[in-house]
Design a protein around this ligand. Structure first.
Ligand SMILES: C[S@@+](CC[C@H](N)C(=O)[O-])C[C@H]1O[C@@H](n2cnc3c(N)ncnc32)[C@H](O)[C@@H]1O
Length: 215
């Protein structure tokens, strides 16, 4: 009887150790550069997603500015979020990505999980015009990529929480310039920001505004 119990304890220990090793291996796997690069390469992007060139530009901006608290307005399926998420993970920071459509929010969360970025990226479901005021500050990186005519509204809602030195990026500022005229006028002429329009990718024949908050 004693021997049976001992054998059962040993067997359980072996099974649990094996299961723990499998979980650790899976966890390690989706954090490896090889896995993540391949995941990004194979990502089934839709027309809504940022281009790989823009997503890499965003990642470099987060990394080079050392940003720790980021907000993305408009997640779609999370292509931008996972690319920026890698940089926030490296910086020891965090990105909140805001999405109004529950199906996209679900897909973004799934992609964040597959990339092992759950600790660095959170998808907040709801209308950004309502969720932005609930974001905890200070914030040092913002990527605006939802309704083009609402860019200035999004910025104004997060602006009180922006640190001097924060970086604000607006997507599609060339092709949708007319719809976001008020945003572009503000960000390009306010003495509080240095702003440049860049084209990091030719894929959509579009560009991003990159602004540095001076004070
Ligand atoms: C251009 S896509 C975002 C692409 C994404 N940034 C990326 O890098 O792949 C715009 C997204 O904004 C979402 N959206 C539109 N209005 C919104 C709002 N008021 N609040 C939050 N998300 C919104 C849309 O559902 C859509 O998924």
């Amino acid at each position: 009887m004693k021997h049976h119990r001992l054998a059962a304890v040993i067997l359980c220990t072996i099974v649990l150790t094996f299961a723990a090793l499998v979980v650790c291996a899976a966890d390690h796997d989706n954090k490896s550069a090889e896995f993540r690069n391949q995941f990004i390469k194979d990502f089934q992007r839709t027309g809504l997603n940022t281009t790989p060139g823009d997503a890499m530009m965003l990642r470099i901006l987060v990394e080079s500015s050392g940003a720790k608290r980021g907000v993305e307005v408009g997640s779609a399926s999370g292509f931008g979020a996972i690319n920026m998420g890698i940089a926030f993970e490296r910086n020891g920071g965090h990105l909140d990505t805001l999405e109004i459509d529950p199906r996209w929010a679900k897909e973004t969360r799934a992609n964040v999980r597959k990339m092992g970025l759950e600790e660095s990226v959170t998808c907040i479901e709801g209308d950004a015009l309502e969720t932005l005021p609930t974001i905890e500050g200070p914030v040092d990186f913002v990527f605006i990529d939802a309704v083009k005519s609402d860019y200035l509204k999004y910025l104004k809602l997060i602006e009180p929480k922006l640190k001097p030195g924060a970086v604000v990026v607006g997507d599609n500022v060339i092709r949708s310039a007319r719809a976001m005229r008020d945003f572009l006028d503000y960000i390009q002429h306010s003495p509080d920001y240095d702003t440049v329009i860049i084209r990091a990718s030719m894929e959509k024949n579009d560009g991003m505004s990159v602004s540095y908050k001076i004070r």
